[in-house]
Design a protein around this ligand. Sequence first.
Ligand code: GUN
Length: 284
Amino acid sequence: MAQTLDGKLVAQKVLAEVKAGVSALKDRTGTVPTLAAVLLGDFAPSKIYVANKKKMAAEAGIASRDFLYPEGLSQPDLLALLRRLNADPAIHGILLQLPLPQGCDEDEAIAAIAPEKDVDGFHPMNLGHLLAGAPTVLPCTPAGVMEILDHYGVELKGAEAVVVGRSRIVGKPLAQLLLARHATVTMCHTRTRDLAAHTLRAEVLCVAAGRPQVIKGEMVREGAVVVDVGINRLESGKLVGDVDFESASKRARAITPVPGGVGPMTVAMLMRNTLQAAKRQLQV
Ligand code: GUN
């Protein structure tokens, strides 16, 4: 049976570090790092994410300001809101929850966030730094995956790493982070011809396909480390990942569960990014 990679545990460790950093910053400058979350529409998973974020921010001592627009906003009004938040010195981080409702231009909205307040690392300038290998704010979920791998001492140098899914939020930045750590990285996606041929070679298999249980045990290399980024609710109400945990854990050496794997890490990394953004803006 595979070892369980406990994201909750690693997230608690990160959160404790952030909490100490927030407290030190407050003592030194009198400033409480403040995160603004902008949520348009009423997409249920987004509402859950923003609620989790609010809870973890409170735990870390970070202040939350939520800008909720269940009915949506026009693109000009959204851009005006982002400009207002950019200009507000009391706001250190801006989280624009994705996906935006239909009719909004996601690329334009992300580019309108001040790069120094972009705690998601999605601004083209920050993504450019990531591609260049320069220090920058890292997208939260991929950063969380790397934190789990590092916590458990998974060797990446020279390892065969396969990433399934090529999203802006997870797959693409995660591939860059693995590459920066000298893994040999293969990216698979919906048009990949023989998915299993690739996943079977993976010593480190990261799955962010957005499709429930697409990776079965027989697609996993014996002894692989499997990181399941997916979170899907089946009709039965059960939460499952993009990996079939039961069959995959018979072949993997180690695997993240769903829930309790990558999920808690994303929000913890968002807190770390918010603290870092506040420190940079306060020049401490
Ligand atoms: N939607 C799903 N994941 C994320 C995330 O990490 N950040 C933002 N802004 N939106 C998301």
